[in-house]
Design a protein around this ligand. Structure first.
Ligand SMILES: C[S@@+](CC[C@H](N)C(=O)[O-])C[C@H]1O[C@@H](n2cnc3c(N)ncnc32)[C@H](O)[C@@H]1O
Length: 272
């Protein structure tokens, strides 16, 4: 049985309120597919019945579970390889120059999914910048989805996951094989702090960053939400800070006071 209109509308409203995620009208099938396991686990024979039942008095826990099931968590190590090359060749060297006195810097991976993005950064910094030994480098990785965060925190990846984007040299340098899985080096893992942050909610006590990666998440929001989030992100960027978005994302049409820079193929944003 396919999802009925009322049930679909209920989920659209719920995920918008919870996470500011916009579901277009053609996403009925996606909603049904992603909620099927949760409906079955909760003892319902159909997603329609599940939604009808929970809509009477939804708990915070079930709203969170539904939102998590709807989020798209696609990611990979060194996603958009040329971007990581630019981070290595230009952005980190610039950040090092800006922080020679304090000998420290901070990076935020907002919407870090299962962790490949922050781990790629941690490997890149450790592997390419031995001169940073003794520096105070903080990498904060956040996501709205607690399930993906706990997978990220575990630092355990399948063969398929490490086959996607991770060079063999870095795999053997930073991972240990345990059965069918690969575990990331504990030292590297301990350099990243994982926590839950809803970009459309309150951000709590976040520091000011040298580099913010907010990649492949703004595509799920409407213009007002994007603008609000990017204005807040700007307040968390140092005067010479960098903001990196996904390749399909930009500030076009948004009133955000950041300047666009181009370095090779990479577009990034910087405080004015
Ligand atoms: C497609 S993944 C992108 C992962 C990574 N940044 C990358 O580019 O490979 C999008 C992530 O955004 C998260 N997300 C969606 N809405 C969010 C929100 N309102 N606040 C924080 N994270 C959100 C999802 O849980 C998901 O893990």
């Amino acid at each position: 049985m396919s999802l009925n209109k009322k049930a679909f509308q209920y989920i659209c409203n719920l995920v918008f309120k919870q996470a500011a995620i916009i579901l277009s009208e053609d996403k009925e099938y996606l909603v049904e597919t992603r909620l099927s396991p949760l409906a079955a686990k909760s003892g319902f024979g159909s997603v329609n019945d599940f939604i009808h039942s929970i809509s009477k008095s939804p708990t915070e826990a079930i709203k969170q579970k539904i939102t998590e099931a709807i989020t798209t968590n696609e990611t990979s190590f060194f996603r958009d390889q040329y971007l990581f090359e630019e981070i290595r060749d230009s952005i980190i060297p610039e950040i090092i120059k800006n922080n020679e006195d304090s000998r420290g810097f901070k990076i935020w991976c907002a919407a870090s999914s299962t962790g490949q993005e922050p781990y790629s950064l941690a490997m890149l910094i450790d592997d390419s910048f031995p001169q940073l030994d003794g520096w105070d480098i903080e990498i904060i990785a956040t996501d709205i989805n607690c399930d993906v965060l706990s997978k990220a925190k575990s630092g355990i990846f399948s063969q398929i996951e490490v086959n996607r984007g991770l060079p063999a040299r870095l795999l053997s340098k930073y991972f240990k094989k345990e059965g069918a899985f690969w575990m990331i080096d504990e030292g590297l893992k301990s350099r990243i702090q994982f926590s839950q942050i809803n970009l459309a909610g309150r951000w709590g006590n976040l520091p000011i960053f040298d580099l913010v990666l907010m990649r492949n998440v703004l595509i799920y929001f409407n213009s007002d939400t994007k603008q609000e989030i990017l204005k807040k992100a700007k307040q968390h960027l140092k005067p010479q800070g960098f903001l990196l978005l996904g390749t399909a994302e930009s500030l076009v049409g948004l009133d955000v006071d950041l300047s666009k820079k181009k370095q090779g193929k990479v577009i990034y944003y910087a405080t004015n």
